[in-house]
Design a protein around this ligand. Sequence first.
Ligand SMILES: O=C(O)CCC(=O)C(=O)O
Length: 274
Amino acid sequence: MGHTNVRVTDEQRARFDADGAVLIPKAIDPSWIDPLLAVAERELAEPSRWVTDSNPGQATDRLFTTRYLWPTDETIRSFALSSGIGAIVADLLGSASARLYFDHTLVKEPGTTAPTPWHQDIPYWPFLGRQIASAWVALTPATVNESSLEFVRGSHRWDAYYAPESFTDSSIEWASDFEGERVPDIDTARCDYDIIGFDVEPGDAIVFSSWILHGAPGNSGDRRRVAVSTRWLGDDAVWSPHPGSDPTVTQADVSVEPGHYPADDRRFPLAKMS
Ligand SMILES: O=C(O)CCC(=O)C(=O)O
């Protein structure tokens, strides 16, 4: 499975900077698609430890996510570190390097009514810094109307830090002690916000700042939507665990002290740049 030969353009860099999100068409070599889809299939059949699932065992009306597979799954590890996706993110962030925080596979079965709620990523994560972003890579086609991502353009610059929202009906146990403002009710006042979205084909990446407000509709289509999102730390990232941050990686797991750059190659490995 190959390394991408896609190069970020000046226009894409400017878009990412101004809007907080940009579409990179055909960002990965197509040879990754089937192996990554096979990982999603396996996880649906035999979920591993870090899963959220709105409707276990069902083939419709279900948002299933599984994360942090890279330490144990060779396909995910080599995709994250050697496909070139990290280099694309580093380039957009204006960062010399990109360290992997985690991978996140997200499956939306047809007929999923619940949207992915509007949220920012950064409050879920034990990091601070502006050079932190995700690359959400589509493994199946998706239109904005059916199930692709939407963003509030420019909200990465609002200087806001909203409380984490649950992706399923239940509350997020580990985020209950987070103190912070709730995300505004964007859906009831959509015309007050500058909302952008991207239709995607398999292999396209949407790269977005960890500070931008984003969400996705349910899946009103008749096919499964699958994506894999990798989460990246650029040069200004600082380890910053806090009440309510995702428990996959905690202070006990890392060799970095709070307030420092996460130079921990074992927990936050560097992506190959070329
Ligand atoms: O795939 C989705 O529906 C949501 C993805 C998302 O919020 C993310 O990757 O941060």
